[in-house]
Every structure is written in C-alpha cells, then in structure tokens.
Design a protein around this ligand. Structure first.
Ligand code: CDP
Length: 207
C-alpha cells in the first residue's frame, strides 16, 4: 500500500506521515529532505540557486541514503529547497529514487508536494493535508519559540505565504490536490484528530 500525502508548508504532513508509517508498519520518506539537501549543497558550493543546469547536476549527484537530516530541518534549508524545487531538471533527477522507495514491498508513506499528482499517481491512498496560512504560521511560531528561538508571527506568516505562492505557482509539478485525493483541513484538529481522520480514509480505501 502506498500512502501519498501532499500539502503546503506547516500543515502537519510530517507528523501525520510518521504516525501512519508506524501504525501501518510502512517505511516513510520525507521527500522534502531531498530538495533541502540539494539546496544546501548548492549553497555550500557557492552555486547559483537559479541556475537550472547546475541545480540539476547537484540533484543527479545526490546520494539520498546519506542525507544528514538534522542539519536540513531549519527554515533556511526550507527556503533553499523551495528555490531549487522549481527546476524541472532537479525534479526529474529525484523521481527514480522516490518511485523505487514507494514501489518496494510492502509499500510506503511519502509526503511532499507532488506525490499524489506526479510521483505516485497510482497510490492506493492520497491525502491532501492543509490548514489556513494563519494556523500554519501560529504552529510554526509556537514550535520555534518552544525551541528557544525568538521569532515573530507576522514574519513567519509572510514566509508561509511566499512559500505557498512559489510552490503552487511554479510550472513544474506545482502543489495542488490530486483529483482523487481526500482533503483533510487540520485548522481545527489536534494531532490525534488528524491521525484519526486519516486512518478512517485509509481503512476505507486500503486494498
Ligand atoms: O514542511 P516544509 O514545507 O517546511 O518543508 P518540506 O516539506 O521539507 O519542503 C521544503 C520545500 O521543498 C517545499 O517548499 C517545496 O518547494 C519543496 N518540495 C517539493 O517541491 N516537492 C516535494 N515533494 C517536497 C518538497
């Protein structure tokens, strides 16, 4: 069973994906890490993030099994990721790894922006997890404040809006809900609420 989870920044995809993976005994791939790793490598090498050929070459050379997750979690890496993710060359270079991961038995949980639309269009379960920009910005602000980072809500909201615009507005695999995806609006749900809603969809659709 392949569970494809897409949605905008800060909607709670990662938390949900981890819980579903544990519950159904499936491996989990956070596909955002691949784009984050490409963005970070480009920045480290002093390459131009807007250069599609250079970005494509970095993505081609990426070894996804050696991604240092902890270093890629931050906001800067997220920004770098969304800049390089616009290039079709980058997206093309990362497709095979994601599809191989998904197709290996017993299946997998993948989260990202284009899993249900481009990477795994035949996934048994497709979820589109979203929340209002204000709710997502509040969650991000609280999360960062809890880590001792002094961040401003208005600034985070602006970043979220910019990222939504870039992810949904790009030509190559833009963020959008697949026609056969079930939408879960998490604005008024806590983590258990989201998990239970997703489980109900999956148990009704699983093969
Ligand atoms: O959770 P958050 O949005 O902060 O981060 P992420 O899921 O790691 O994604 C970071 C950026 O990578 C997104 O804003 C997208 O531009 C890009 N991305 C993508 O284009 N396609 C994916 N399948 C996953 C991420």
């Amino acid at each position: 069973m392949i569970i494809a989870i897409d949605g905008p920044a800060g909607a709670g995809k990662g938390t949900l994906a981890l819980r579903l993976a544990a519950h159904y005994g499936l491996p989990y791939l956070d596909t955002g890490l691949l784009y984050r790793a490409v963005g970070r490598l480009m920045a480290e090498r002093g390459l131009d993030l807007d250069d599609p050929v250079a970005a494509g070459a970095v993505a081609e050379g990426l070894d996804p099994s050696h991604i240092a997750e902890a270093e890629l979690r931050g906001r800067e890496a997220g920004e770098l990721a969304s800049r390089v993710a616009v290039h079709p060359e980058v997206r093309a270079a990362l497709i095979a790894f994601q599809r191989d991961f998904a197709r290996r038995p017993p299946g997998a949980v993948l989260d990202g922006r284009d899993i249900g639309t481009a990477i795994c269009p035949d996934a048994e379960v497709k979820l589109f997890v979203t929340a209002s920009p204000e709710v997502r910005a509040h969650r991000r602000t609280d999360e960062l404040n809890a880590k001792g980072r002094d961040v401003d809500y208005a600034r985070i909201l602006e970043e979220i809006r910019e990222r939504d615009e870039r992810d949904a507005g790009r030509m190559s695999a833009p963020l959008r809900q697949a026609r056969d995806a079930v939408r879960i609006d998490t604005s008024a749900l806590d983590i258990d609420g989201v998990f239970n809603a997703a489980r109900a969809v999956i148990d009704a659709n699983r093969p």
